[in-house]
Design a protein around this ligand. Sequence first.
Ligand SMILES: CC(C)[C@H](C(=O)O)[C@@H](O)C(=O)O
Ligand code: SF4
Length: 465
Amino acid sequence: MAGKTLFDKIWQAHEICQNEEGQSLLWVDRHLAHEGSFHAFNKLRERNLPVRHPEQTIGIADHYVPTVSRNLIAVQPKVRNVIEQLVDNCSRNGITLIGLDDPRQGIVHVVGPEQGVTQPGLLMVCGDSHTSTHGALGALAFGIGASEVAHVLATQTLWQTKPKTMRITINGELAPGVTAKDIALAWISRLGADGARGYAIEYSGDVIQKLSVEARLTLCNLSIEGGGRCGMIAPDAKTIDYIKGRPYAPQGEDFDKAAEYWQTLYSDADATFDQEIVFDGGDIAPTVTWGVSPEEALPIDASVPDPAEAETTSKARQIADSLEYMGLKPGQKLTDVEVDRVFIGSCTNSRIEDLRAAAAVLDGKKCKVPGIVSPGSTIVKHQAEEEGLDRIFLDAGLEWRESGCSMCVGMNGDLVASGERCASTTNRNFKGRQGPGARTHLMSPAMVAAAALNGRLTDIRELQE
Ligand SMILES: CC(C)[C@H](C(=O)O)[C@@H](O)C(=O)O
Ligand code: SF4
């Protein structure tokens, strides 16, 4: 019998049956719900259906929460209403809520791993595309749409077509200044934003093994930006250590038993993937986006592309369109691009290691441009404060905010002004993502900090020499 991939092992363990079209009915271990879940709860209410397993859902307020203070009185009624609907839907249905004032509050994809909700071998869903993040701990985790969320709430199961599998192997070693964010932007720019469309991705190789758990979360978070259905990394000793002792983790003997099972979750040596991609980690440079899709990314020492040099006319048109929106000139050096502000936050890069990396660059220095730092969770915020990182950010001239999605998507009103350019640790640089007319450049936390200091996109390696 042929070997199984990590993905196959978890899929098979959750498959209840198949229908005639070949779709599988899957058991959902854990469901995370943010404010956007109101559509699904409304659907249930319309049909008078109860939540089948309320203990397997956790509500977390993140997308709309204010970050200046926790005072809901001060926020727009529309925003307040969406948060209150989450509170109401959770309390009516007996669902645990990690609300605005909860000490565990934070971005759903930061809180899951932090609380030990995310574990190897689990099937996890959330009505949010970046649910791929949780695969970093060896879970099968993917985003679902509103009607699927309603199906999960009503049945704790989900119909899915089995995706094809892709392994992205990164061998060798990363050069100084290169992070998980750069790995992600590099593979997405090489394969394209559609490059992994519909595939379940597994990341492997020496570079991945050496990444910290937090860096793995960053990498898996961005899987969706390359089209991946999910991104996974086989659990190892680092994963098991990370989970041990967290509130939702199994305790005592149960933990040992779980850890024994977790160690069986890897792709067998003779397992085959529908696609294999191999990169050398040493070929990856600190990377920034110049356009309006995460695939429009280049090494920081490169220049803005010239539509005249594009391979096809449609590509030329696409580049010209991106440059126009971004207010950039063909051939302009990326390091000459001036920024108006910075944002450090989002489920991609707002964990403690991210904040430490940014603070290390800013320590004792002053930023040329303003910006916001929004920690990924309230726990990360407190830890950062204990380490004095908040002082470093404040002394450098940045704002130290509460935790939430904040300027990643601006649903709470944290917006980049039209025409302004923002160096951002987030995951999407789509037109208008951080506000109508806003221009976003994606990069790692250290690179954002460097851009803040110089008021322009900056090669982090210059500062590290
Ligand atoms: C609002 C939410 C559904 C959305 C998502 O699905 O990812 C958001 O988190 C995003 O990052 O664009
Ligand atoms: S931080 Fe950004 S990407 Fe992450 S869940 Fe919130 S809006 Fe989506």
